[in-house]
Design a protein around this ligand. Structure first.
Ligand SMILES: Nc1ncnc2c1ncn2[C@@H]1O[C@H](COP(=O)(O)OP(=O)(O)OP(=O)(O)O)[C@@H](O)[C@H]1O
Length: 204
């Protein structure tokens, strides 16, 4: 279970203060709702470890994780800026998420190939990100996050720019992740996505 206990955050020199207090069970999805600028990305950045809280705790299975650096947390994220390496092909972009030196097992290589097929990107492994559409880049970023197999997946508007077919593929993928026990936090403006994926909501 992921738990935020009285987590308090404020940007330096800003008056607004956020307070988060909720829990999400393993295999469940919490949707974060709120208008633009209300703090959805801020919340995800706190859980990911890219921002430090003023006070409060983040726990994973009752162990405090808020003092751990981002790379040691049981968390992976897909943010709006896809953060793909532009000079590396799709396969390498995904592979580097699994092993920073690209020392991949046969199973991992197979999982990347299968993931590409499953997300409609079969045969795209050798392309550079600049040779993909926005929606295709989004799928690569999602696949990279999913294949890292971290217990918590943070998603900031993961469906933005996807056509209905790609959207359905990604929704199915995320439902599969939930069914396999992955915990999701989803920031999304889209009510249908939230309806299909979320088990609970946090309103900002
Ligand atoms: N680094 C920062 N320093 C100061 N203020 C910031 C910083 N980043 C974001 N903010 C402010 O914090 C508030 C929340 O921003 P955040 O990006 O979390 O909103 P959001 O709900 O994700 O918005 P959107 O839906 O538009 O992505 C906004 O008012 C924003 O201007």
């Amino acid at each position: 279970m992921l738990e935020l206990r009285n987590l308090c955050f404020q940007y330096p020199d800003q008056s607004e203060e956020w307070r988060f207090h909720f829990s999400v069970a393993a295999g469940h999805c919490l949707a974060v709702r709120g208008a633009s600028g209300t703090g959805k990305s801020t919340l995800l950045n706190l859980v990911a470890g890219f921002l430090a809280p003023k006070s409060g705790e983040i726990l994973w299975n009752n162990q405090a994780i808020h003092n751990l650096p981002a790379w040691e947390r049981p968390v992976t994220s897909v943010f709006q800026e896809h953060n793909l390496f532009e000079h590396l092909d799709v396969f390498t972009n995904i592979g580097l998420g699994l092993h920073p030196g690209m020392k991949l097992s046969c199973e991992q290589k197979l999982a990347i190939e299968q993931g590409l097929e499953q997300t409609g990107l079969g045969g795209f492994g050798a392309r550079l990100p600049g040779e993909l559409s926005g929606g295709q880049r989004q799928r690569v970023a999602l696949l990279r996050a999913i294949l890292r197999r971290k217990p918590v997946l943070l998603l900031d508007e993961p469906m933005t720019g996807l056509d209905p077919d790609a959207r359905a593929i990604i929704r199915d993928l995320l439902l599969q992740e939930k069914a396999s026990g992955i915990t999701l936090i989803l920031a999304s403006h889209d009510e249908e996505d939230r309806k299909i994926l979320a088990d609970s909501n946090w309103n900002l």
